[in-house]
Design a protein around this ligand. Structure first.
Ligand code: MRU
Length: 353
């Protein structure tokens, strides 16, 4: 992985981009203090960037993995010629293992692999696979615009909302899922203010969501994660709007740790919960939330902050980075195909048919 200085200016829509036959990732670990790009030369670089949180957010991970497959095929063609398909298997496994919870990762690799299996042995696979990765990227942006506009129609009154983690342009191909709804609601004049949970320990809320919203001129106030209940009790917030890493076939939703507690307090205060996600986040092979693999990251991420040790020496930590919100606490799932109110297995099956 290299960190070149590029002439190209970063924009929130450029978390992942392919330029001059190369994959670049905006390094989200150091935003908003630095806008630095990481250059991925190999599929291994892309896998490492996903595991290390250079790029994060389920759809952005999927888009990165799709370009990672292009890099894998490029190297395999150079090294093995006609044997390229077999030669890239190891890289595909490396990419798939980078993070466990976001189903968009496996979804994108499977889509790329399916195409790879139809390609001839004796021709360079890179151009065709690159077209497919670009299609995955563009379709994700288009899906976010569609679901963003759809989600905004659910907001009846001009209101404030709470969001958790970052489900914005940075977490997707562009525009965002939860932030897609928020952007569309803002354009429609339906949004007062966004309350963004800071989202410990990686601070995706205060570093990334706030960065995106400030750049868009959308009023944003940060909340300590534990402040959401008090904020909802104070009134003026009609919706909690979040993204997802994987939605099970029964409508249970895996998202950033803390989403479950936010949904519980929302229900206690009569505030509705909207989950905005493309259909690539729905996993019909996963019956319930209990079947979703939940990533646990290193304790050091929780015991410190910004790379500095904070916790008392000797303290240990339990650090699952996602939780599951049961379908019963979700008022609406919004995808590019439409709105599922009070989701359940039957409705999800119909939606995905
Ligand atoms: O650990 P992260 O930052 O990858 O977690 C991201 C989230 O939980 C997002 O809410 C989710 O991926 C949806 S992004 C559109």
């Amino acid at each position: 992985m290299k960190t070149p200085v590029l002439a190209r200016k970063a924009s929130p829509d450029d978390a992942v981009f392919w330029q001059d036959d190369n994959l670049y990732l905006l390094d989200q670990r150091v935003l908003p203090l630095k806008e630095t790009f990481i250059h991925c030369e190999t599929a291994g670089d892309a896998a490492r960037a996903i595991a290390d949180m250079v790029v994060r957010g389920a759809p952005a991970i999927g888009v990165t993995a799709a370009y990672g497959v292009v890099l894998a095929a490029r190297d395999a063609w150079r090294e093995a010629g006609k044997g390229w398909r077999q030669a890239m298997r190891e890289d595909l496994s490396l990419l798939a293992a980078a993070r466990p919870t976001a189903v968009n990762l496996g979804w994108a690799i499977a889509r790329m692999d399916q195409l790879a299996r139809t390609l001839p042995d004796d021709a360079n696979p890179e151009p065709t696979l690159l077209d497919e990765a670009r299609a995955i990227h563009e379709q994700d942006i288009a899906a976010n615009h569609t679901l963003g506009d759809l989600g905004a129609t659910l907001m009846q009154n001009k209101t404030s909302v709470i969001t958790h983690c970052n489900a914005g342009a940075l977490a997707t191909g562009g525009y965002g899922t939860a932030l897609g709804v928020i952007r569309s609601a803002w354009k429609a004049g339906k949004l007062e203010r966004v309350y963004a949970d800071e989202t410990r320990p990686w601070l995706q809320g205060s570093r990334l969501t706030a960065w995106e919203l400030v750049r868009d001129g959308i009023p944003v106030s940060l909340l300590a994660d534990g402040a959401a209940a008090a904020r909802l009790a104070a009134g003026g917030v009609d919706w909690v709007i979040v993204g997802s890493d994987r939605i099970a076939a029964n409508g249970d939703v895996a998202n950033k740790i803390g989403t479950y507690s936010l949904a519980l307090v929302a229900r206690a205060h009569g505030v509705k919960v909207m989950v905005a996600a493309p259909t690539s986040t729905i996993d019909m092979d996963c019956p319930t939330g209990a079947d979703i693999p939940i990533e646990t990251r290193d304790a050091s991420e929780l015991l410190g902050c910004g790379g500095k040790k904070m916790a008392a020496a000797g303290a240990e930590a339990w650090n699952p980075v996602f939780d599951v919100t049961p379908a019963g606490l979700v008022d609406a799932i919004v995808t590019e195909r439409g709105i599922i109110l009070s989701p359940n297995t039957k409705k999800l099956r119909q939606h995905m048919a």
